[in-house]
Design a protein around this ligand. Structure first.
Ligand SMILES: CC(C)(COP(=O)(O)OP(=O)(O)OC[C@H]1O[C@@H](n2cnc3c(N)ncnc32)[C@H](O)[C@@H]1OP(=O)(O)O)[C@@H](O)C(=O)NCCC(=O)NCCS
Length: 170
């Protein structure tokens, strides 16, 4: 059994360790640390899955879509990680669902993710290209996805996603 809650100061070291265990390099852990130290951080949207210890983490942070009518604020889901010995037990899915519920509660209308195309569509994500949203770098079309938390909220919005400097480490 596990619970999901907002990260606390005491979790920070373990969040780094979970990211380093789940990913090959240290880039994702550095992304979490750089985002936490930036104005793009939303404390309520850094969530941990906890048993006796932190076994999973998900982060949503403020990013923007550059459109020909100006910049539109949105959220980026990145990164998310579950400790390898706890993967494929539903923890990642629970983190996404609780994260999206919190995003909605805070009034955010859409989310962008670059990730596994076999994983995120089950939560409603679809290729961003279908909505006229483009990545700022070359990437497989089906891996760059968006979700309208509020249905129709991306209607009339098209452009290129801009990631803040914290993302330079990944
Ligand atoms: C991706 C990840 C967060 C999912 O967490 P989880 O607790 O294992 O997820 P769940 O148990 O809820 O769901 C498992 C699903 O994740 C999918 N998944 C996990 N790793 C995957 C991968 N590398 N590629 C594609 N799908 C993957 C599986 O297809 C599985 O789907 P299934 O239920 O149809 O078999 C976790 O596997 C992880 O930390 N992976 C390494 C880091 C990573 O890739 N992070 C995501 C970057 S987009």
């Amino acid at each position: 059994m596990f619970i999901i809650r907002q990260e606390q100061e005491k979790d920070i070291q373990t969040i780094t360790e979970v990211n380093n265990a789940a990913f090959e390099g240290e880039g994702e852990a550095k992304l979490v640390e750089a985002t936490r130290a930036s104005a793009n951080f939303v404390p309520e949207l850094s969530l941990v899955a906890v048993t006796d210890d932190v076994i999973g983490h998900i982060l949503f942070s403020k990013i923007e879509i550059e459109t020909n009518k100006g910049r539109v604020p949105t959220l980026g889901l990145a990164p998310m990680a579950v400790r390898p010995d706890f993967q494929s037990k539903g923890i990642g899915s629970a983190l996404v669902r609780e994260g999206l519920r919190m995003c909605r509660e805070l009034g955010y209308e859409h989310v962008v993710v670059l990730g596994h195309p076999a994983f995120y569509p089950r939560f409603g994500f679809e290729p961003a290209s279908k909505k006229g949203i483009e990545p700022p770098f070359p990437v497989a079309d089906e891996a760059f996805m968006v979700l309208e938390i509020k249905p129709g909220s991306l209607n009339g919005i098209s452009g290129v996603v801009k990631y803040p400097p914290a993302f330079d480490v990944v």
